[in-house]
Design a protein around this ligand. Sequence first.
Ligand code: SF4
Ligand code: SF4
Length: 343
Amino acid sequence: MKTVALGQSGLKVTELGFGGIPITRVTMDEAKAIIRHCLELGIRFFDTAHVYGDSEEKLGAALEPYRDQVVIATKVFAKDAQGAAKELAMSLDRLRTDRLDLIQCHNVSNQEDLERVLGPGGAYHVLTKAKGEGRARAVGFSSHNPGIAMKAMNLAKFDTLQFPFNFIENDPLDSVFPAARERGMGIIAMKPLGGGLLDRADLCFRFLQQYPEVVPIPGIQSIGEIEEIVGYYKDRKPLTREDRQEIQTIRNELGGRFCHRCEYCMPCEQGVQIPSVLLVKTQAKRFTPKQLLVTSKDAVATGEKCVECGECVEKCPYHLPVPEMLKESMEIFRNLQDEHGTG
Ligand code: SF4
Ligand code: SF4
């Protein structure tokens, strides 16, 4: 597996990384086997987050003997300094290390979070201090909102950006990725498979291979999945004309009903947490029903308050039929509740 520089962060990572959400769905022994198999296949870059259930514990247990050979990235969810310091200490402990390679501010996607993270007493200052003290080698952030990501890059010095990128979410190519590149930042692509929505892994990774400076971190939950993906890196093939046609067909099918979590539709006057409710559809493929029932319960409850005023549809740059999609998400959630209890 090829190694690439993550911008000018000083970190060198494999061209394919490992996303740490789906290992929360398997046992510790299964997770260890999957992670070690990834090592055997040559993967040396592992991304997780404080809020991904027991993902950090599993990665910590599997990677401890190989710590010097791997690059470990995690994220703090807290936007304030005190919360970030607490999460950082816990992450170091769970990941069984005294130094993280990359620590990221998790999901800075709206103005309020941006101000809290970068303002006085914000999480950013804890992370840069950790870097200065040698507890982290680089500081980055993740976001789903192009406008907020641009502001964050203009207001503060970050080493890396993590942003959704796949063939149905390729808008960051217009301004967000060029801005990150200009600043010497490394670029990490979350959701290379559209957060579980895209089934054609071959098309997804061949599309991404056109952008070698962007490092994808697919969420991996089985040995079969990673074997398949690594296969597309061993046997590289450019996209054919038929592949491009197929991509366009999938874009046309999904593009009109795919929430990018950019939050341009927010806030909703009725208090509906629109992107969080819409996320249920993809999260249902990535988390266990139990996890989803617990983590999305409050957000889904806000969906009931929708009065179908249509304001969010006007604000959404993709003109998604939000009220209709809210209903679909709530139905998926209710079906899970019926099947697995109320959570
Ligand atoms: S349509 Fe529903 S979700 Fe959208 S702004 Fe109106 S009340 Fe909020
Ligand atoms: S509904 Fe539209 S504006 Fe709101 S988060 Fe999704 S894609 Fe963005």
